[in-house]
Design a protein around this ligand. Structure first.
Ligand SMILES: Nc1nc2c(ncn2[C@@H]2O[C@H](COP(=O)(O)OP(=O)(O)O)[C@@H](O)[C@H]2O)c(=O)[nH]1
Ligand SMILES: [Mg+2]
Length: 220
C-alpha cells in the first residue's frame, strides 16, 4: 500500500503567511499603521479600545477597527458607537483570526481615509499568536485577574508582542497580584516588549498608551 502523507499544518501556515505579506503591502501602500490586539476573553481588549479611540481622534488620527469574534456583534456594536468604521468578522468557530479574514476586513474599510487600523482578535491566549495577519504591531492585553504567571504558561503570544498591556489595575487593591513578579515573568519570554499597566475602566495610563501608539504610527 502506498501511503500519501499530507502536511496540512505547514501548507496552512504557508498560505496564511503569503496572504499576511499581501495584507502588509496593502497597509504600507495606504500608509496605515496596523495593530493586532490579542488576549484572553474578558481581559479588557474592547474596554481599552473604547478608551483609546477618543484619545487617538484627538490627535487627528482616523481609525478603523476589525472586530474578530467566534459569533455575535457585541464588540462591533460597542465600537460602532464611536462613529468610526468597524467591520465585524465572525469566524464561525475558529479561535483566532487568519490573514484571509483580515483581507476581508480591509476590503470593507475606507482605507484611503484611515491612519490606523486596529484588529481585535478572537479572545484566546494561544491560537491568535500562531497566525500572522500582516500587521505592524502586536499587543497582548492581559489583566490582573488572570494571575502573574500567564506569560510563562502561554509564552508565544507574549513573546511576539511589541507591547504588553496589564489591564484592570483598578482592582489591585482587592487582588493578590504582584506587578513586579508579572514583569519578571514577561521578561523570561520577552526581554524587549514595553509593559504598560492600564485600566479600561478608569482610563488610568490610557494617555501613555495613546502616546506610544501615536509615536509608532508616525514612525511607521
Ligand atoms: N474593573 C475593571 N473591569 C474591566 C476593565 N476592563 C474591562 N473590564 C470589564 O471586564 C469585562 C470584559 O471586558 P471586555 O472589554 O469585554 O473584554 P474583552 O473580551 O477582552 O474584549 C467587562 O465586564 C468589562 O467591563 C478594567 O480595567 N477594570
Ligand atoms: Mg472584546
Amino acid at each position: 500500500m502506498v501511503i500519501k502523507k499530507i502536511q496540512i499544518g505547514e501548507n496552512l501556515f504557508a498560505k496564511n503567511d503569503e496572504i499576511a505579506d499581501e495584507n502588509r503591502r496593502i497597509f504600507v501602500e495606504n500608509q496605515i499603521f496596523s495593530i493586532n490586539f490579542m488576549g484572553s476573553p474578558g481581559s479588557g481588549k474592547t474596554a481599552i479600545l473604547e478608551k483609546l479611540i477618543p484619545e487617538l481622534l484627538k490627535f487627528n488620527l482616523s481609525c478603523g477597527i476589525i472586530e474578530g469574534d467566534i459569533a455575535g456583534t457585541f464588540d462591533g456594536e460597542r465600537i460602532g458607537r464611536y462613529g468610526i468604521p468597524v467591520v465585524q468578522i465572525n469566524t464561525g468557530g475558529a479561535c483566532h483570526l487568519e490573514a484571509h479574514m483580515i483581507r476581508k476586513g480591509i476590503e470593507n474599510l475606507p482605507l484611503s481615509e484611515l491612519d490606523i487600523v486596529i484588529v481585535e482578535n478572537v479572545g484566546n491566549l494561544v491560537c491568535p499568536a500562531e497566525f500572522k495577519l500582516g500587521v505592524d504591531f502586536n499587543v497582548t492585553v492581559t489583566s490582573t485577574t488572570e494571575g502573574e504567571e500567564k506569560p510563562v504558561k502561554y509564552p508565544l503570544m507574549y513573546s511576539i508582542s511589541e507591547l504588553i498591556l496589564l489591564n484592570k489595575i483598578d482592582l489591585l487593591g482587592v487582588l493578590e497580584f504582584d506587578i513586579e513578579s508579572f514583569k519578571n515573568y514577561v521578561r523570561r519570554v520577552n526581554a524587549e516588549a514595553e509593559i504598560i499597566a492600564v485600566s479600561g475602566k478608569t482610563g488610568e495610563n490610557i494617555g501613555m498608551l495613546t502616546r506610544r501608539i501615536v509615536k509608532e504610527a508616525k514612525i511607521g
